[in-house]
Write a protein that binds this ligand. Structure first.
Ligand SMILES: NC(=O)c1ccc[n+]([C@@H]2O[C@H](COP(=O)([O-])OP(=O)(O)OC[C@H]3O[C@@H](n4cnc5c(N)ncnc54)[C@H](OP(=O)(O)O)[C@@H]3O)[C@@H](O)[C@H]2O)c1
Length: 154
């Protein structure tokens, strides 16, 4: 799901889906991902996780553990009257957050690209698939993709 400091594909409509889904909700990023985005995403509380206690960045709240980031995100969600808090990657932060997640917005890209960062392995049998939606690549997009939403069983 990552190559260098960006994605190994270019799919504008899927990025728009990501933006639309997370709009208005607090979202947690690893420090590397926030930097690859070129700064915080607008119209939502961006929270960045770093071990660097001197780290400062414009427009994002800095936390030094995932737990502190989640606590802050939940307080923001309650203040803003929204029910979800998101984790937007990358791989290190997904791996830390996955055991705590109860919903996955997982997009399968129909491509086998070269990359250096992968989403952590997880056991699909622990999740119910509640949405599956195929999207044909639009002009200029690298590949078809399938949007899925998985919810933790039980
Ligand atoms: N396909 C997708 O949906 C998607 C989504 C997001 C990102 N990506 C890709 O993923 C790649 C980046 O992912 P990544 O795994 O290299 O980095 P990352 O998860 O974005 O950030 C890693 C950084 O998070 C901080 N961190 C990690 N564990 C921590 C902990 N336990 N406590 C405090 N801070 C902690 C550290 O920051 P410090 O070094 O500052 O201490 C670490 O260097 C890029 O290629 C990006 O394009 C893909």
């Amino acid at each position: 799901m990552g190559k260098g400091d960006w994605l190994p594909w270019e799919i504008k409509s899927e990025f728009q889906y990501f933006k639309k889904t997370t709009l208005g909700h607090p979202i947690i990023f690893g420090r590397k991902t926030l930097e690859t985005l070129g700064g915080p995403l607008p119209k939502r509380e961006n929270i960045v996780v770093t071990r660097d206690t001197n780290y400062k960045t414009e427009g994002a709240v800095v936390k030094h553990t995932l737990e502190a980031a989640i606590t802050h995100a939940k307080a923001t969600a309650e203040r803003d009257g929204v029910e979800q808090v998101f984790v937007g990657g990358g791989a290190e932060i997904y791996a830390l957050a996955l055991p705590k997640a109860d919903r996955l917005y997982l997009t399968e890209i129909h491509l086998k690209p070269e990359g250096d960062t992968v989403f952590p392995p997880f056991d699909r049998s622990e999740w119910d698939e509640v949405k599956r939606e195929f999207h044909k690549a639009k002009e200029g997009e690298s590949a078809d993709y399938t949007i899925t939403v998985l919810e933790r069983k039980g």
